[in-house]
Design a protein around this ligand. Structure first.
Ligand SMILES: *[C@@H]1O[C@H](CO)[C@@H](O)[C@H](O)[C@H]1NC(C)=O
Length: 471
């Protein structure tokens, strides 16, 4: 299973577009049991009732027997070829005693409810049920997505929004794809359109495809509040719950953060993770969502310095997050060993158990270490320059670059032993370290002395003989 270089190459070639297909799950189909208050499709002995004041569009797939039917004031049936109704005389065998069954109220299903959408990379994947998991904001169609209402299906969606319009790339209704604004507004003003779409917001259709292979910003952060209003968060039992960007709830699991450069392709990477890990049996309870997010950067962890895009990989396992953490480590390891080929420049993870890649020597720790190292070096250089300026320090004439700083040139070449590096000034006093080499002891008059091969200095604060130094 892990031997997949050919497959990965294949996916590199096809995985160009970063937009997803988002399909509306609920329907108002006659044949869907869940649409009836008795949880059953009515049969020949039943009285069928549609709420009088409800506007409804109902797709009927086949022929149905009914006893009696009460229709709404405003509504429509969309009949598949061969579909229809007939009235049974007498008793319909194969049907119960006969009840009055009502078509359920489908008035209040919100476009911005993330539970009512499923996402897939392609139409084919939608059909085959290869759905993608994502954070709440991205479960609802993003500005570059293709929106799909199932082909043989009716629906009613409330598009009320706090924004004036809902931008998407295209909308498919009953098998017809609309990707131009004028065409779709024409459809919306039709009878079917008015029964299917309810609410204040207009659509802006025909958005450009996401042109960036590394993915695009979903654009739903403006709808965050509205999206989260329909989400109920579960109670959690892990030590340090995480809050992923674009999600409504804290989660138990892990978040991998991937930094990328030119050449990174989100769709290809999503497929890579799927084929390397998610297909493995031990990971079949895992939900993994990948998205481009904008995190505010902080210089040294304090000073805000703008936002930078990165890839957030959210991993959930439906439990405490232990399995998520195992997968997160695998993903970070893969990113570190194959990063350059994938356009990945760094990866780290955080888990709800409290552990993170910082503790395992990840790149974040390394970067922080390097930054601090450089800062310490700069501080030391500044201190040295200041000391040289003040004449506290003497440099040998054999170091022309340093002696050029000096005004007076009373420099003695001390020619000390081979020694690379700094000595800790605290220990550089003879009385504190009695077994110090003789050459150090003779230098106690100089707070800092330079040899051809190294620099030694004594902190003047600790040096009682400071007044002797200008000699
Ligand atoms: C019936 O409707 C429910 C909820 O709206 C949906 O989850 C389910 O997929 C539908 N069933 C079929 C067969 O389409």
């Amino acid at each position: 299973m892990l031997k997949t270089p050919d497959m990965l190459l294949f996916f590199c070639l096809v995985g160009a577009a970063a937009a997803l297909h988002k399909q509306w799950i609920p329907d108002t189909n006659y044949e869907n049991k869940t649409n009836w208050d008795k949880e059953n499709v009515p049969c020949g002995n039943d009285i069928v009732q549609f709420p009088a004041q409800r506007k409804v569009s109902v797709f009927v797939e086949t022929m149905h027997a009914v006893q009696e039917m009460k229709l709404p004031v405003d509504g429509e049936f969309i009949l598949n070829s061969g579909a229809g109704f007939y009235v049974v005389r007498g008793q319909d065998s194969g049907c119960g005693a006969g009840v009055t069954t009502q078509f359920k109220d489908s008035e209040s299903l919100q476009w911005f409810n993330p539970a009512l959408w499923q996402a897939a990379a392609t139409l084919d994947d939608l059909q085959r049920g290869n759905f993608l998991f994502s954070v709440h904001e991205e479960s609802v169609p993003c500005q570059y997505d293709d929106v799909v209402f199932k082909a043989r299906s009716s629906f009613r969606v409330d598009t009320s929004s706090s924004q004036s319009s809902i931008p998407v790339k295209s909308v498919s209704v009953l098998g017809k794809k609309f990707d131009s604004g004028s065409e779709f507004s024409h459809y919306l003003s039709s009878r079917s359109g008015q029964l299917q779409f309810q609410g204040s917001s207009a659509f802006s259709i025909g958005n450009q495809e996401c042109g960036d292979p590394s993915g695009c910003d979903c654009g739903n952060s403006v709808n965050h509040q509205q999206i989260c209003n329909s989400v109920t968060c579960a109670s959690l039992s892990c030590k340090k719950p995480l809050l992923p960007v674009g999600h409504c709830c804290d989660v138990c699991g892990a978040i991998v953060t991937v930094q990328y450069a030119a050449g990174f392709n989100l769709q290809t990477y999503r497929q890579r993770i799927h084929h390397l890990f998610l297909v493995l049996p031990q990971y079949n309870s895992i939900q993994l969502g990948m998205s481009k997010v904008f995190k505010s950067q902080r210089l040294m962890g304090v000073i805000p310095s703008g936002t930078s895009p990165e890839i957030q990989v959210l991993i959930l396992d439906g439990e405490k997050g232990t399995l998520s953490e195992v997968l997160a480590r695998d993903i970070v390891k893969d990113a570190h060993s194959h990063g350059p080929n994938l356009g990945i420049t760094g990866a780290e993870f955080q888990a709800s158990s409290g552990s993170s890649s910082d503790q395992t020597g990840g790149s974040a720790g390394m970067v922080a270490g390097v930054v601090f190292g450089v800062l310490i070096m700069i501080t030391l250089i500044i201190i040295m320059v200041v000391l040289i300026r003040k004449g506290v320090i003497q440099t040998p004439s054999s170091l022309p670059s340093l002696s050029s700083f000096m005004k007076s040139s009373d420099v003695t070449d001390l020619g000390g032993p081979l020694d690379h590096g700094f000595d800790n000034p605290i220990f550089d006093q003879p009385n504190m370290l009695p077994d110090i080499p003789v050459v150090y002891a003779t230098e106690t008059n100089n707070s800092i002395s330079m040899t051809q091969t190294g620099v030694h200095f004594v902190n003047p604060v600790y040096d009682e003989n400071e007044t002797d130094f200008n000699a």
